[in-house]
Ligand binder design. Structure first.
Ligand SMILES: [Fe+2]
Length: 184
């Protein structure tokens, strides 16, 4: 499976720029995590890139989110590991992630929203201006980007063995590396 084909499929299903950017950010952090764990970078990156592919269609039926999308991916011939990671990533279902890829997606992609919010409060609205220390501080301020589920992110310690500090450093760097594609 080729990354560009996955991106084509995403673009056919996802119209909103904000969501497209979230998927690009998720791809970047999953690639960085794969490198850290010596896993398959392409496979992990594609998983991040497609994980919310059904979000717009299931916006009003969140209990369908990830079930519909994983169905599309299966049909399109994506590897079973990708399909399963996408299927279990909707926290609402209460599925237990098993493989490291599933666990990584489950706990790590939530943090991208907090990092974007940290960029948007900078005077220049740039990711380059965001310091890891300020992301850490904002993590503790529950009223800041209140939609970001801190409990899920904190599970990265037991799920994939990364401390909150390590996770923030890795994700911020990964997103800064692709900042122009994120418009930040
Ligand atoms: Fe997501």
């Amino acid at each position: 499976m080729i990354r560009d084909e996955a991106w084509q499929l995403v673009q056919s299903k996802v119209q909103g720029q904000f969501l497209r950017n979230h998927l690009l950010a998720a791809e970047a952090i999953m690639r960085a995590l794969a490198r850290k764990f010596s896993e398959d970078e392409e496979l992990w990156g594609i998983t991040g890139l497609v994980h919310d592919i059904d979000w717009e269609l299931t916006e009003k039926t969140p209990e369908q989110h990830s079930l519909v999308g994983s169905g599309w991916l299966k049909e399109a011939g994506f590897p079973p590991e990708v399909v399963e990671a996408v299927r279990v990533h909707n926290h609402m279902h209460g599925f237990e992630p098993q493989a490291r890829l599933e666990k990584a997606l489950w706990c790590a992609e939530e943090l991208t929203g907090l990092i974007v919010a940290c960029a948007l409060v900078q005077p220049d609205k740039k990711l380059a201006s965001v310091k890891a220390s300020s992301v850490k501080k904002k993590f503790g301020q529950k009223s800041f980007a209140a939609g970001v589920n801190r409990e899920i992110i904190a599970k990265c310690q037991e799920m994939i063995g990364l401390s909150l500090d390590e996770l923030i450093d890795l994700e911020l760097k990964a997103m800064q590396d692709i900042a122009p594609s994120l418009g930040l």
